[in-house]
Design a protein around this ligand. Structure first.
Ligand SMILES: NC(=O)c1ccc[n+]([C@@H]2O[C@H](COP(=O)([O-])OP(=O)(O)OC[C@H]3O[C@@H](n4cnc5c(N)ncnc54)[C@H](OP(=O)(O)O)[C@@H]3O)[C@@H](O)[C@H]2O)c1
Length: 308
């Protein structure tokens, strides 16, 4: 049996894009130990068992992580460190939720989409930073919906400041369409984090890039969990208009896995990939006032003591 030399953590890896990314890394080489960081223990363990049988790679494990709780993120990081997995070479910040128009708050008192999609990944990177084995790679899963000039008007992001994202006023927050805006704004934040981390990682041997998987109607977030008419629209009508944007978790998961493992991407950092193509992210994602505001508020809300 091959002993794994390095490990990769993938958040939200029990299904969808995360599962296929994890599976492709496990398939590529048994030198990788793949850690599926999932919120639901049953789903996480079943996914690990299924992936072991599909890949023949026994080096796959589940570790509990609920991104809607900062305490859980800290517990996850501690268990990861104590478990003594092989050297941590990569982290894929993949898990995400889209919210509906009724605003919800986590136990930490923060708007749920912002905490799950953004703040908890920000905290996770900080907690694992010192344990990364160099050269290391971090991938931030974003979306083309991060653009404020995109074609899908209902999804245009609205970044005012990070404090408003964390603590939206209930009356404004519950307006029709606010769930879509919260989601696309969270994906903009993932690109903004990518820029800010990449500057701070310079000469530290860690690269960080953002990734758009394309539209995948066959995932929970992409359509499976939606109402029937939305499912049909996403699967059959939308592709007629945005054919090039369409993808599947199998295809995009493989491309994401490539960004983790392929030598071709060594040293590349601060980039935005639309599947296998590097393209420019939105201008807004480079807005220094906004990225600084996001960074400072993230430090404050996650109560990080040693920011990178
Ligand atoms: N689908 C698309 O068209 C599309 C397009 C662009 C970008 N993306 C991005 O792709 C990423 C993966 O989404 P997907 O399409 O594969 O959707 P998905 O099938 O719904 O997968 C999302 C994953 O995130 C996990 N998750 C949700 N809340 C969590 C929490 N509190 N703590 C830990 N994990 C949590 C889910 O766990 P459970 O199974 O327990 O819910 C699931 O494993 C997301 O970041 C999404 O924004 C998707």
């Amino acid at each position: 049996m091959t002993n794994p030399e390095k490990s990769v953590i993938i958040t939200g890896a029990n299904t969808g894009l995360g599962y296929d990314c994890a599976k492709n890394i496990a398939l590529e080489s048994k030198t990788w130990h793949v850690v599926l960081a999932c919120r639901d223990e049953k789903k996480g363990r079943e996914a690990a068992t299924r992936m072991i049988s599909e890949t023949g790679n026994p080096n796959i494990s589940f570790l509990h992580l609920d991104l809607s709780s900062f305490a859980s993120v800290k517990e996850f990081a501690n268990s990861y460190i104590q478990n003594k997995y092989p050297a941590l070479n990569a982290l894929v910040c993949n898990a995400g939720i889209s919210s509906d128009d009724i605003t919800t708050f986590t136990k930490d008192g923060i708007e749920t989409t912002f905490q799950v999609n953004c703040l908890s990944h920000f905290l996770l990177i900080h907690l694992l930073f010192a344990h990364l084995h160099l050269p290391a790679r971090i991938l931030m899963v974003s979306s083309e919906l991060h653009r404020n000039d995109g074609p899908m008007k209902a999804f245009l992001p609205n970044y005012t400041n990070a404090h408003d994202l964390a603590f939206p006023e209930k009356e404004k927050a519950d307006l029709k369409g606010s769930g879509n805006i919260r989601y696309s704004t969270s994906k903009l934040c993932m690109v903004m984090y990518t820029h800010e981390f990449s500057e701070r990682f310079i000469n530290k041997g860690i690269t960080i890039n953002a990734y758009n998987p394309g539209l995948m109607p066959d995932t929970g977030l992409g359509g499976l969990n939606k109402k029937l008419f939305q499912k049909l629209f996403l699967k059959y009508i939308l592709p007629l208009f945005v054919k090039d944007a369409m993808s599947t978790p199998q295809r995009s998961g493989k491309l994401l896995a490539n960004l983790v493992t392929s030598e071709k991407f060594e040293g590349l950092t601060g980039k935005y990939f639309d599947r296998d193509k590097e393209i420019a992210p939105s201008k807004e994602s480079f807005d220094k006032n906004k990225t600084t505001d996001l960074w400072n508020t993230s430090v404050e809300l996650t109560k990080i003591e040693n920011e990178i």
